[in-house]
Design a protein around this ligand. Structure first.
Ligand code: KIV
Length: 293
């Protein structure tokens, strides 16, 4: 049974922590769903972690739609959230509705996510009026990280924290069903979470939010760059090392003639082998086989 938005609210009311993770392809989607997460975000972090870009800005609607569809095909229970990429919703309400509709109709997403408050509030209202569930995202918003002074914590001064608080309230009033709080100091995230009726999902925002989200490749230790990782990233496994070790072993076995072994090889009845050899004949291919071809 798919998790519903009312069920998500109930989880907050009951104090049951909400687990969200990103996924970008079908096999990963099957794994995270089987692991029992509540929410799967097809994040525009795909631009960084699977497409090799330095930021989320280059992610396109075509890419996000394709990735969302692949993930959706692998998820049975979790709610699938399609992430609206940069410039897919900033221009107008009409474009926002059309692009969100595409993530839902073509990508199979259950709901969408967008970043920011201020000008985004009108977009949230337009999407909700069109019957589309919207998750908000404030604090460190990677699509506009340059304007925020880089990838760093937001709301560390009282004034900025107050603005974040007001943004959170405005997004709830505009109709968001939940809110991501990214890189927000723990006391601010906790207060916002207590004051909102909708669930908050934290990333780098401490333990006081209603749920947590991590980027799949970060928590699995699959690195897309050699740069430092944010302090909130915890490696639950070193899958990158496991993959590299496996591929090194494969290369060694191919080079050493150990792979493929008999059990990896298709056989053929000896009489068929003989008949095949006879049919090919002893002469050159040009003389025997290709002449008839
Ligand atoms: O794109 C993404 O993965 C995100 C999460 C970090 C919340 O927005």
């Amino acid at each position: 049974m798919k998790l519903s938005l009312p069920a998500l609210r109930e989880m907050k009311r009951d104090g049951r922590p909400i687990v969200m993770i990103t996924a970008y392809d079908h096999p990963s989607a099957r794994i995270v769903d089987a692991a029992g997460v509540d929410l799967v975000l097809v994040g525009d972090s795909a631009a960084n972690v699977v497409l090799g870009h330095e930021s989320t800005v280059p992610a396109t609607m075509d890419e996000m739609t394709m990735l969302t569809a692949a993930v959706n095909r692998g998820v049975e229970n979790a709610l699938v959230i399609g992430d609206l990429p940069f410039m897919s919703y900033q221009v107008s309400d009409a474009e926002a509705v059309a692009n969100a509709g595409r993530l839902i109709k073509d990508g199979g997403a259950d709901v969408v996510k967008l970043e920011g408050a201020g000008p985004s509030l009108e977009r949230v209202r337009a999407l909700v009026s069109a019957g589309i569930g919207v998750m908000g995202h404030i604090g460190l918003t990677p699509q506009t990280a340059t304007a925020l002074g880089g990838h760093k914590a937001q709301g560390r001064q009282a004034d900025a924290a107050r603005r974040l608080f007001l943004d959170a309230i405005s997004l709830e009033r505009a109709g968001c069903f939940a809110l991501v709080l990214e890189a927000v100091p723990a006391p601010v995230a906790t207060t916002i979470s207590r004051r909102l009726a909708i669930p908050t999902i934290g990333i780098g925002s401490g333990p006081g939010t209603d749920g947590q989200v991590l980027v799949l490749h970060d928590m699995l230790g699959i690195r897309s760059s050699d740069g430092p990782q944010p302090r909130f990233v915890k490696h639950y496994a070193e899958v990158g090392d496991v993959m590299k070790g496996a591929i090194e072993r494969y290369a060694t076995e191919v080079r050493g003639g150990e792979y493929p072994a008999a059990e990896h090889t298709y056989s053929m009845p000896p009489e068929e082998v003989e008949a095949f050899e006879r049919a090919i004949g002893a002469g050159s291919i040009e003389e025997n086989a290709l002449a008839d071809w």
